[in-house]
Write a protein that binds this ligand. Structure first.
Ligand SMILES: Cc1ncc(C[n+]2csc(CCOP(=O)(O)OP(=O)(O)O)c2C)c(N)n1
Ligand code: SF4
Ligand SMILES: [Mg+2]
Length: 351
């Protein structure tokens, strides 16, 4: 859905930020052809273009992995930090504290998040850092040639690995029990849903986790594998059709829908997320319901996708501190040094 009309007299492909879609692209991808991560990058480009985001107002973060290489393939006008394996959350937390006026987008993998990075992941959830946290989940360590990751299903057989004997980690469940305020799951093969969820995540004030099943076509794409294109297409159970409506657009709802079929979620920036329920009456603001749906989908091997949980009432990390309006990284020495009288007062209090 196009939220914005171009400026008067501007060519049709220019958005309200005065930019074309090309302005949101990055370097050509060096990932394998058909890799799910590439289709996610394409949806990030489209979502940011359609949301009229100014690329210089965004910071990109990642860890290590094929997924974590992805920020090179979108937003080439944006600064990014390709950090250490599993350490993206702490780097992102620091950077977003230093400049609260920037929007953060983090790209991680299932290995980067759920294996080595699980500790950091849990803490960025509970701190409600204001950023979009995307996990490109393929069940393997793609970059290091296909070892099982912590999200690989028990019993998965891989050519060089044998059989996985362990139960998997569910990233959405981990996010939810760690008090994340926006938790969604999608599938790289469902590009419209990925795009709309990305927009809703970008509009969220707090941590927004998107666990996107993103097939590794080189190491984990057999038909019966839970992270393959074939399995995802056969087993996807969307909770709703999701549409993101920008603040300035009038909302026209299909009022003839029965109660419980359409649900609106008002976001902080004045935008609205509209959910047309496919599972009757699913309420994504109900944490207990979200856990129940995830438990049910695990038991039945369903790939439940959509906005699983959202809470727009909790303060994000930086808003609980009394920060000045100027970003901390722009404060000068003169701004930071207290006056002599104030130093004397503090010293007198301490000794
Ligand atoms: C501290 C550390 N340990 C191990 C590695 C080796 N390593 C690099 S990427 C990776 C796993 C990446 O898997 P994932 O995050 O799922 O990304 P994918 O490549 O599947 O997209 C590992 C184990 C590393 N770079 N640093
Ligand atoms: S190895 Fe797998 S995850 Fe890595 S680029 Fe290739 S398909 Fe994608
Ligand atoms: Mg992986």
């Amino acid at each position: 859905m196009a939220e914005a009309l171009p400026m008067a007299g501007a060519p049709m492909n220019v958005n309200l930020a005065g930019l074309t879609k090309n302005d949101y692209r990055g370097a050509p991808s060096t990932l394998c052809q058909g890799c799910g991560h590439n289709s996610i990058s394409n949806q990030i480009i489209t979502a940011l273009y359609e949301m009229n985001t100014v690329p210089e107002d965004v910071m990109k973060f990642s860890g290590i992995g094929c997924s974590s290489k992805s920020p090179a393939y979108f937003l080439n006008r944006t600064f990014g930090f390709n950090s250490l394996h599993g350490r993206m959350p702490s780097i992102a937390t620091g950077a977003l504290f230093a400049n609260t006026q920037m929007r953060g987008i983090g790209i991680s993998g299932d290995g980067d998040t759920a294996s080595i990075g699980m500790g950091q992941f849990k803490h960025i959830m509970r701190r409600n850092v204001n950023m979009v946290y995307i996990v490109e989940n393929n069940g393997v360590y793609g970059l290091t040639k296909g070892q099982f990751s912590a999200t690989a299903e028990k019993g998965l057989q891989l050519k060089h690995q044998g059989e996985n004997p362990y139960m998997p980690v569910d990233i959405c469940m981990e996010a939810l029990v760690s008090n994340a305020t926006f938790v969604a799951r999608s599938f790289a093969g469902n590009s419209r849903q990925v795009k709309e969820l990305l927009k809703a995540a970008l509009a969220h004030d707090g941590i927004a986790v998107l666990d996107i099943i993103s097939p590794c076509v080189t190491f984990n794409n057999q038909e019966n594998a839970f992270h393959s294109y074939a399995w995802g297409k056969d087993h996807e159970e969307p909770l709703h059709e999701i549409s993101y409506i920008a603040p300035r657009n009038e909302i026209i709802l299909e009022r003839e829908m029965e109660d419980g079929e359409i649900r609106e979620v008002a976001m902080h920036d004045g935008s609205t997320v509209i959910l047309k329920n496919l599972e009757r009456g699913y309420d994504p603001t109900n944490r207990y319901e979200a856990l129940r749906v995830m438990e049910e989908s695990q038991r039945n091997n369903w790939l439940v996708t959509g906005l699983l949980y959202v809470n727009t009432t909790k303060p994000n990390l930086t808003s609980i501190y009394e920060l000045v309006d100027t970003p901390l990284n722009r404060l000068t020495e003169a701004d930071l040094r207290p006056e002599r009288a104030m130093i004397d007062k503090i010293n007198a209090l301490m000794f």
